[in-house]
Design a protein around this ligand. Structure first.
Ligand SMILES: [Ca+2]
Length: 44
């Protein structure tokens, strides 16, 4: 999990679903962004 993952979520922000919908609630939103931030630096 690094800045590339963060960018992927930012670019997909507002989109429905997809690989960037990390919590699988159907939309890429701030919750997914927070998931990336909390996991930043972890392997995933
Ligand atoms: Ca989501």
């Amino acid at each position: 999990m690094d800045d590339a993952d963060l960018l992927a979520v930012l670019f997909a922000f507002g989109n429905s679903g997809g690989a960037e919908d990390l919590n699988n609630d159907g939309i890429v939103d701030d919750a997914d962004l927070l998931t990336v931030l909390f996991s930043f630096g972890d392997g995933c």
